[in-house]
Design a protein around this ligand. Structure first.
Ligand code: ACM
Length: 276
């Protein structure tokens, strides 16, 4: 039974300050003593973009000097690193999470499937679907979803059906109800779940076409959490402030989906009744 250390990094990315954010991320990758390190959604650039041009200025390609540096550190330290970033690819822009494996061949990008609120005005809908990366050395299978994907039980279920032991969820959460629901996602799929959420506010002034102006503030509520497969909170940050939480998990414990002699949460599914 392997024991794997999982870390959530809670910090306050600075909107548009890509280089500064990337330096902080690199420092956390180097200094955090864990096998798997999860950063928030859009950790490289901040969240509240109000037009497409802004995203073009703050986005990175998966193959770029900044991302290459994260890959290099993942390889040097032997860590799996998940970083939310605004991704430019082929004239499209995605709200993505890069999953850096020490073996570069295994590194991949997940593009957010379900866009939240005004993200639809600046990002393309994700087209990668849900996938799992198997780290053979530690025998852990990691699936990624991003923030608002939690609202759709299909996201976590797809990852669990693909074999995830651990779901990582880079987030910029602005409501509080997720704290009630995330443990359920863990229980109903019998998986560990690590939510790395940012904290802080972003205030933007919006210039309307009729000449009026309005101000909008988004408040991100921290509380980054790591849940066990039975929904128990293993670690939780406060709502405000930079914080690193590290817990040990036993991935193989998620693999037997039976919970008594007669019931198995996957084998008992009656999928023919689930379509409309
Ligand atoms: C969210 O998807 N950032 C709430």
């Amino acid at each position: 039974m392997s024991i794997v250390k999982v870390a959530t990094i809670q910090f306050e990315p600075k909107l548009f300050h890509v280089q500064e954010n990337c330096v902080r991320i690199a420092e956390y990758i180097s200094s955090t003593q864990a096998d798997i390190i999860v950063f928030p959604e859009l950790a490289t650039c901040g969240y509240f973009f109000i037009n497409r041009k802004e995203v073009t200025l703050a986005s990175l390609e998966f193959v770029s000097p900044e991302m290459n540096e994260f890959q290099r550190l993942a390889t040097v330290f032997g860590r799996i690193v998940i970083v939310g970033f605004a991704e430019q690819f082929d004239h499209a822009y995605y709200n993505s999470a890069a999953v850096f494996h020490p073996d570069k061949q295994k590194s991949r990008v997940y593009r957010k499937t379900h866009l939240f609120y005004k993200e639809r005005f600046v990002f393309n809908e994700g087209d990668t679907g849900f996938f799992v990366i198997h780290d053979e050395e530690r025998d852990v299978k990691i699936g990624t979803m991003i923030c608002y994907d939690w609202r759709f039980p299909e996201s976590a279920r797809s990852l669990a059906l693909h074999g995830a032991d651990l779901i990582v969820c880079p987030s910029n959460l602005v409501t509080h109800i997720w704290t009630s629901v995330m443990p359920t996602r863990a229980i109903e799929n019998k998986v560990y779940l690590a939510v790395a959420n940012r904290w802080g506010n972003e205030e933007r002034t919006i210039h309307e076409t009729d000449g009026t102006e309005s101000t909008e503030v988004l408040s991100f509520n921290g509380q980054s959490s790591i849940y066990s497969y039975n929904g128990e909170i293993l670690a939780q940050s406060l709502a405000v402030g930079d914080d690193v939480r590290i817990v040990e998990i036993e991935p193989q414990k998620t693999r037997d989906k039976s919970f008594n002699a007669y019931n198995h949460i996957f084998d008992d599914r009656r999928s023919k009744f689930y379509s409309i």
